[in-house]
Design a protein around this ligand. Sequence first.
Ligand SMILES: C[S@@+](CC[C@H](N)C(=O)[O-])C[C@H]1O[C@@H](n2cnc3c(N)ncnc32)[C@H](O)[C@@H]1O
Length: 221
Amino acid sequence: MNIITPTADGSNTLYNETIGEHYHSKHGALQESKHVFIDAGLKFASAKQAEISILEVGFGTGLNFILSFEYCEANKINLNYTSIEAFPLTSEVIEQTAYSAYVPESIWFDFINNYPNALTVPQKLTPLSTLEIPHTTLAEYETDQKFDIIYYDAFSIQHQPEMWSDEIIAHACSFLKPGGTFVTYAITGKLKRAVKACGFTIEKLPGAPGKREMLRAVKGM
Ligand SMILES: C[S@@+](CC[C@H](N)C(=O)[O-])C[C@H]1O[C@@H](n2cnc3c(N)ncnc32)[C@H](O)[C@@H]1O
């Protein structure tokens, strides 16, 4: 059961009763998504690029997606967004988040109208943007495609330690192109060692409100 809960910046999140965790930071869902994934990830990796492919781990409510979609449309960047989700939410629950308030109406409707089909077949939302949400676990996910960015947005190591093992991090990183960018809201010694072992250069960046630091890592060429 997921319960809609307000966060400190006024945006909502969901509280997952089974896992015992929120989908986003309780210090601000919108702020966290913008800070970690859009500013430190997408803006960093897409500078001077006309095309970007993103692999997200954990689609959840789609907040990271709608902000990325809006940014790419506004900047005429071709977006190919794939987001692995083991437990997809219903469209009704996603609509209850009220995230439609944070993007133009056309962006919201292109997303929400295509969401159910994106869970089974890649959907072309606009001439520039495609969304695909493989309904599977990260461990079972396989593709020949290589991505420019990974948004690693799994539940925390305290609540879902299997999503932070060295093996699963290496599996996720194997889908990134050389020179590609891995971003996540978390940073631990174990995570830094796991990412470095995959040949990445790591950077500690200031975290979103409520977190001192976050991790950005770039894959060796
Ligand atoms: C922190 S939430 C993601 C929040 C999301 N990015 C958003 O903007 O709403 C973690 C997500 O990972 C999903 N998840 C849990 N176990 C998973 C697994 N083994 N593989 C892929 N996704 C998983 C959960 O269902 C949840 O949607």
